[in-house]
Ligand binder design. Structure first.
Ligand code: FES
Length: 408
């Protein structure tokens, strides 16, 4: 039996001879070309630069006060070369470049606005809603200092907490804690505008009714969604008609869960994630159907069950090697290597601050670190060759680290 079955007639007349002159033809074309680099710009490169700018120079156009939070509307600063805000998926974040008393810091904040606001090339904007949270270091600085007309630099859109219809169910239970409403606000706006196509019930946890961030705004979006977006307020410190009371438990999720399959998205403090994951397990949800927004500093490392408790209160030396120039700084055991570098005024690369984006990827030359398992985004090659993410690495000894800052 023949090894390959094909219609030999289809290949009739096809010989290698027409190709034999190709090298000669190509060589002649190269020799005839001018000795200058081609000027053509490829559309994929233009698109990539528009979607993934390394930096966006912005002006704060408007500040809205919400009490212990503020919303900042950012527009492109054309004088500095940014002519449009990059398009983003609802729930993505940007990392904001700050200099706080000499400490260069990058902090991630969710773009709370509708992705439609960044479409087109004119009048594009982002809105960030920032709450005075713990650690208040950067958010307090922003709330106390940013004002209309100021210039700020931010990264391109980052993060993958957005809805993915290949993986996520068509119905989503969104669990929000405090300023954790911001990605769901953006998703709700995208659903209302037809940019996203799924149904979402937001279980929105707050302490008291009068402290609910963006309450009227998110309810107005739900009212416009034709039933696709629902909001249920859950108060932990107050009992009131029309509100759920207590924590967002498996029973509460079941009460509002739709018929059929649903995904659970969570955004809020770490304690909420620990509790929320337990509830998802009680509900029997497979891991692919629940996930959390992880960007932001890894907090409370010493409370992790596997953290070596004898380290609490210790301090080590951290030698930072940037292109052969070494600086020695102190680093507390309960602070990440990234925090220690920033505090010492070292401009270390960072975006997510949670081990996800890989931006801070650095080489551990000497020493031992503790890396929380759930924030360990290293690949096998990283582990083998001692690459770590300083944003989620905590010293267990004196450390030497090679850091590779990126040009902005
Ligand atoms: S800043 Fe993203 S992995 Fe460290």
């Amino acid at each position: 039996m023949a090894r390959y079955q094909y219609d030999k007639k289809a290949l009739k007349g096809l010989t290698p001879f027409p190709f034999l002159g190709e090298v000669k033809t190509r060589t002649a074309a190269i020799e005839a070309a001018p000795a200058t680099l081609p000027k053509s710009i490829y559309n994929p490169n233009i698109l990539a630069a528009r979607l993934h700018p390394s930096v966006q120079h912005c002006i704060i156009q408007k500040v809205t006060d919400h009490g212990d939070a503020k919303s900042f509307t950012l527009v492109p600063d054309a004088a500095k070369g940014t002519t449009e805000m990059a398009y983003f998926r609802a729930s993505q974040y940007v990392s904001v470049a700050l200099n706080i008393n000499g400490a260069p810091v990058h902090k991630p904040y969710t773009i709370r606005s509708n992705p439609k606001d960044a479409l087109g090339t004119e009048g594009t904007s982002y809105t960030l809603t920032i709450k005075r949270t713990n650690p208040a270091f950067a958010s307090a600085y922003i709330l106390d200092n940013w004002k209309e007309g100021d210039s700020v630099d931010i990264s391109g859109p980052l993060g993958d907490f957005y809805y993915q219809d290949l993986r996520d169910a068509k119905q989503v239970i969104a669990i929000a804690g405090g300023s954790g409403i911001t990605p769901f606000y953006s998703m709700a706006a995208a659903i209302v505008d037809g940019i996203e196509d799924f149904r979402m019930t937001i279980l929105y946890g707050s302490r008291k009714a009068d402290g609910i961030l963006l309450k009227e705004e998110i309810e107005a979006l739900a009212a416009k969604s034709g039933g696709k977006v629902k909001v249920v307020h859950v108060l932990s410190e107050e009992e009131k008609d029309g509100y759920e009371h207590g924590f967002i438990t498996a029973e509460l999720i079941r009460k509002y869960a739709p018929e059929g399959e649903y995904s659970v998205f969570m955004c809020g403090p770490k304690a909420m994630y620990i509790f929320g994951e337990e509830q998802c397990k009680k509900l029997g949800l497979p891991k692919r159907l629940y996930r959390m927004e992880m960007s932001g500093d890894y907090m409370g490392v010493v409370n992790n069950p596997d953290y070596p408790k004898e380290q609490i209160g210790k301090s080590y030396s951290l030698t930072v090697d940037i292109r052969g120039e070494k600086t020695v700084i102190p680093c507390k055991a309960d602070e990440s290597l990234l925090w220690a570098m920033e505090r010492a005024g070292i401009k270390a690369p960072a975006h997510c601050r949670s081990g996800e984006c890989g931006w801070c990827h650095s080489r551990l030359v000497k020493g031992k670190v503790y890396i929380p398992a759930e924030a360990d985004g290293r690949r096998l090659g990283d582990i083998k060759f001692n690459w770590i993410h300083p944003c989620v690495s905590f010293p267990l000894s004196d450390i030497e680290l090679c850091v590779f800052p990126t040009a902005e």
